[in-house]
Design a binder for this molecule. Structure first.
Ligand code: C2O
Ligand code: CU
Ligand code: CU
Length: 527
């Protein structure tokens, strides 16, 4: 018996959930898809009353704890931030295999790695250059890599149906057409992305071009790529990758944040201007990025690359899969002082993820910056950055579509959670909607359940036009071109979208990795 949390009237017909092998293996073949709508309070009762959450008290709902702190740690408990080895994806081979990696302080932990590295290699490529890469899979699972934010043709996009078994290879070959910016690559094996990402598969992908070079932004040691991922750790400080628990109703959020695969990271800096390229590679955790000294952050780019002008903000929210490109001015910090990049506390109105240690919105330290030397030259922050970014114009829209995010809860186990879009869960080869190439459309993503959903689209970027309900406005950092947008409970976000790169089958999905793994994903056929 399944209880439908939201969107009952739009639910799939019986069988749609039961059909997939995944659901059969997890809940048995006789899953009934009938159910009753569930009020928010009732869901809380279900989740709190039994199963994995049985021990939690309702008052914990109010608890926003400080977890994973590094600001209180002694210097010898901190680990130097690691830089990923860099590679140019032109004739590159990435070999995926099981191994062991150092996570800081000499502690080694089991990991799944690409070319024996944790963090995974950082791929650096120029716009207009070829992207030729062969993935060799030596993992026990099927694997495919996706270039998140790039818009290659279908055969090189890393659609889940392209996953290859152990002992096999997949060849990617395309030209990089995207704007200079910070992107991501990660596993897109269906049902396994949360697991693969937790184990270490996936890294940063940076696109550069001449226009950006001309700005003379901080580079070399002044450019810090930062892949942030929350982790649960065991008593020895090693990641506790409990994906066996991945059907638990409560999202799998960690109590500590690892940066570039390092636990309790610390970076020795000079008092100057840095460029931080930040990627939230977590499964479910949202960061509210801020400086411990309350000085502002200067945003220069996001998902779709460099903005037209820089934007000064006190805090910036980064949902899973979102990227922000920042200038961090440490010139006024004295030698010997420290600045902590941290995630400020927040609550999601109407959300459920505020439970216990490692709750969504808990305050967390992300990276400690220790100023060890003075820098003579002062670098200026450019205000104007790039020519207008372009993108789809809502005035040219010819069609509107609506996507409803829905969540079900299994009444028997009370811990089983299902997520879908427009009443459907993902089917590898089914085209869920057909979209004409080159036409502008307005898409509205509606979320009337209690989870936050970062919604991501392959094959193009979009412009965020409006948000109603919840926060009620487009956030300042959601300007420019985006490929992922966060929906809080009760929010509807409208975007202007146009597929102008390639025709083919491209996924639209929630980037909460567990939600995507259980099927919160549709196939868009661009034709
Ligand atoms: Cu980063 Cu289909 O995802
Ligand atoms: Cu993507
Ligand atoms: Cu989701």
């Amino acid at each position: 018996m399944k209880t439908i949390l939201a969107g009952l009237d739009r639910m799939a017909t019986k069988g749609q959930l039961g059909k997939g092998k995944f659901f059969e293996s997890v809940v048995g073949p006789n899953v009934s898809n009938s159910g009753t709508p569930l009020a928010r309070r009732e869901l809380l009762r279900l989740l709190l009353g039994g199963g994995a959450l049985g021990g939690l008290r309702p008052d914990l709902l109010e608890a926003t704890q400080r977890v994973g702190g590094i600001s209180g740690l002694a210097a010898d408990e901190l680990n130097p931030l690691v830089r990923a080895p860099e590679a140019v994806p032109d004739g590159l081979t990435l070999r995926a295999a099981v191994g062991e990696a150092e996570i800081g302080g000499g502690v080694r932990a089991p990991a799944w790695m690409l070319n024996e590295s944790l963090p995974s290699p950082l791929l650096r490529v120029r716009r207009g250059d070829p992207f030729r890469l062969t993935l060799h899979n030596e993992l026990p699972d099927e694997l495919i890599l996706h270039w998140h934010g790039l818009t290659p043709p279908e055969h090189s996009d890393g659609h889940p149906r392209q996953a290859v078994r152990r002992g096999n290879a997949y060849a990617y070959d395309f030209t990089v057409e995207n704007r200079a910016g910070t992107y991501w690559y990660h596993s897109h094996t269906h049902h396994k992305t949360a697991k693969h990402t937790a184990l270490g598969i996936g890294g940063m992908l940076i696109v550069e071009d001449d226009e950006e070079d001309a700005l003379g932004l901080p580079s070399g040691e002044w450019e810090i790529p930062l892949l942030l991922q929350d982790r649960q750790v065991d008593a020895t400080g090693r990641p506790n990758n409990s994906w066996s628990n991945m059907m638990a109703a409560y999202p799998d959020m960690g109590t500590e944040v690892f940066a570039n695969g390092t636990r309790r990271p610390c970076l020795e800096c000079r008092a100057g201007l840095y460029r931080f390229r930040i990627l939230n590679g977590s499964s479910a955790r949202i960061f509210r990025l801020e400086r411990s000294d309350r000085r502002p952050l200067v945003l220069i780019g996001n998902d779709g690359g460099m903005l037209e002008r820089s934007l000064t903000l006190d805090a910036i929210d980064i949902a899973p899969a979102e990227r922000i490109d920042l200038l961090l001015d440490l010139s006024d910090v004295r030698v010997g002082e420290e600045v902590v990049l941290r995630s400020g506390g927040f609550r999601i109105p109407g959300g459920i993820e505020h439970l216990g240690a490692g709750a969504q919105g808990a305050e967390m330290d992300l990276l400690r910056l220790r100023i060890v030397a003075r820098e003579r030259e002062r670098q200026n922050i450019p205000e104007r950055l790039r020519a207008p970014v372009g993108g789809p114009d809502p005035a040219a829209a010819v069609r509107e579509r609506t996507f409803e995010m829905a969540t079900w809860v299994d009444e028997e186990t009370r811990t089983m959670e299902y997520h879908g879009i427009n009443g459907r869960t993902f089917e590898m080869d089914r085209a869920d909607l057909r979209v004409p190439f080159g036409q502008t459309e307005i898409w509205s993503f509606a979320n009337d359940n209690i989870f936050a959903h970062p919604i991501h689209l392959h094959g193009t970027h979009f412009r965020v036009l409006s948000r109603t309900g919840g926060r009620g406005a487009v956030m300042p950092w959601e300007i420019g071109l985006k490929d992922t947008v966060l929906l809080y409970p009760s929010e509807t976000v409208s975007v202007a979208v146009r597929f102008s790169a390639h025709t083919g089958l491209f996924p639209l999905h929630c980037h909460n990795l567990r939600h995507a793994d259980v099927g919160m994903m549709l196939n868009v056929l661009v034709e």
